[in-house]
Design a protein around this ligand. Sequence first.
Ligand SMILES: Nc1nc2c(ncn2[C@@H]2O[C@H](COP(=O)(O)OP(=O)(O)OP(=O)(O)O)[C@@H](O)[C@H]2O)c(=O)[nH]1
Ligand SMILES: [Mg+2]
Length: 676
Amino acid sequence: MNREFTIALVGNPNCGKTSLFNIMTGSRQHVGNWPGVTVERKEGIAKYNGRNIKVIDLPGTYSFSASSEDELIAVRYILQDKPDVVVNVIDSGNIERNLYLALQLLEMNSQVVLVLNMFDEAEKKHIKIDQAKLAKLLGAPVVATIATRNYGIQELLATALKQEKQHREPLKLDYGTPANQVIAEIAKELEETGLATAQDSRLLAVKLLENDQFARDYVQLEKFPALQETVKRASQKIRTEAGFDPEIYLADKRYEFISMLVRECVQREATQSQDLTERLDKVLTHKWLGIPLFFIIMFLIYQITMGFGNDFLGSYVENAFALLGEYISGLMANSPELLRSFVIDAVIGGVGSVLVFVPLMFTMYFLISFLEDSGYMARAAYLMDRLMSAVGLHGKTAVAMIVGSGCNVAGIMSTRTLDSKKDRMIGILISPFISCSARLPVYALFAGVFFGGKKVGIFPASGLVIFSLYLLGIIIAVTAGKLLSKTVFKQEKSYFIMELPPYRIPTLKSLLIHMWEKTESFVKKAGTIIFGIVALIWALSIFPVGVTPGSVESILGKLGTILAPIFSPAGFGTWESAVALIVGVGAKEAIVATFGMVYGTGEEMLSNVLGQYFTPLSAYAFMVMTLLYSPCAATIGIIKKETNSLKWAFFSVAYSLVIGWGMAVLVYQLGTFLGL
Ligand SMILES: Nc1nc2c(ncn2[C@@H]2O[C@H](COP(=O)(O)OP(=O)(O)OP(=O)(O)O)[C@@H](O)[C@H]2O)c(=O)[nH]1
Ligand SMILES: [Mg+2]
């Protein structure tokens, strides 16, 4: 079978690979202005001149010495799957740093196209790059692109296709006399033993000489004593002849070469003016102001989401649903009782109760996308790092927590960027405490009913309540992380290095796409998973035959009744709450849907009747429970997958159940004691 012509996008984190991928393939993969957005391989098809080109988007990596899971995915793909053309995406504004990876790719015997992306930013910084000269010195074609403006993409595809019939001489970087010879020897031995192909033998030889762990594992060096001996002798030779360890010596030679390239091909005009990024960072990452500003920004986001998204826009949708419910219920007045109950209670009451939160979702996602695309998220992680390291957690855990506030599954995936296995385990296990967007409908419902219309100072109380839950999630996550790092995952402190990208003004288009994607998946989830759960519990609510649907005598009611006493100390020991919490493990939005079904009456929206079943205090305890108890099914699945262990998935459910229940009880009992 003819394999499709495949190109792979490889480059440093945050250089615009996914942006290029999206334009080339018409995909809508997540793009964000911080390093480490993409953590898995994505595929798409680009068309050029009627020909299909398979395009692979990979996580970013700074070099071939991969240490974290996401980098490993990138490096392994290049070595094992051998794409026809490696498209090395370079951030033109930071060409020196990006060339480090480029040199390693060019040392392979494969087709490489160098892409100077973010060409607009280089121009803005008054950096001029002589593309022809760079291409000549590196022996590979160079194309300039601006992914955000769809500039240069056709040329990139054309150039990539052209390489099919070309032969490129691998870059023979001059490492000096002692090294050149030993590298050739190791490469030859690698090829002879079949450990490497002509394509990657030189690169792997260099990496082995550098004592690179990834390369050692990749060729399984410990199984080949003769080769091991050769590498050892070669290292010794460099040490005696050059006077340095091979790692230092070889890296130094690479930097020497890069300096030469930059001298020859890059022109910089000196500029005096401070750019926008520097000015903004003076305030936003200020030593004292930074963290309070971060919390103020998050506070405002929740305020706007509640005030504008939910109370203002949401009320229209709620009214529309109420009218629809009334209308349909009128239409179905003479329909069979069961059908009527299904449509009115399950579909309108259940799924409808979730859908009224669509405006809330898109407001939230619009604002979060703005923070992500502008580059502020990277600052937030940088600021949080100080808090994190104070309690012994790795700073990148903050990135996972921020990403996790959209969806815990995504947050857990993003722990792939953590180098140390232990740091990663902690990140995975604390991520589910972060308040994700699926919990928002639950808060919005309860906070709206019990705290809506009240004000604390100038702020609506409902927004404050939701913000307090967001903070509580962070506090519990950090505390749990500290405990885990002191007990199960004891280790040395690892350090956080994260590049702060320049602030970029997000394009409205990308914000709208992001918002649309997320809202669409929220609606889809309501129509599929939530609908499925609702249909199931509805079925349980009508049996045994003859009971009033949704009553305590139904199977559902009986099940809930058994469990209800567990929740009595937390103030919500009703069978309905017990059932809602059980199905909430399937998906947190299902909690709202369940109440909608068992309390709602179709015409009367849930928010009008909920007040009869909770007090403000028990409502708050219930929200705390929703925040903390058990991760949802999708999150449990990803914990199992990423830790590769059922045991940890189980642990995660068990310990969060205990914490969630304990905190809800604490809130309720303390509140009662205080007379709230
Ligand atoms: N000005 C400008 N911005 C760009 C360009 N290409 C991408 N960006 C922006 O750069 C940021 C990073 O883009 P991504 O496509 O997510 O980068 P990536 O290389 O996939 O990043 P990782 O997945 O984290 O490795 C986003 O904010 C993009 O909007 C460009 O050519 N010019
Ligand atoms: Mg990406």
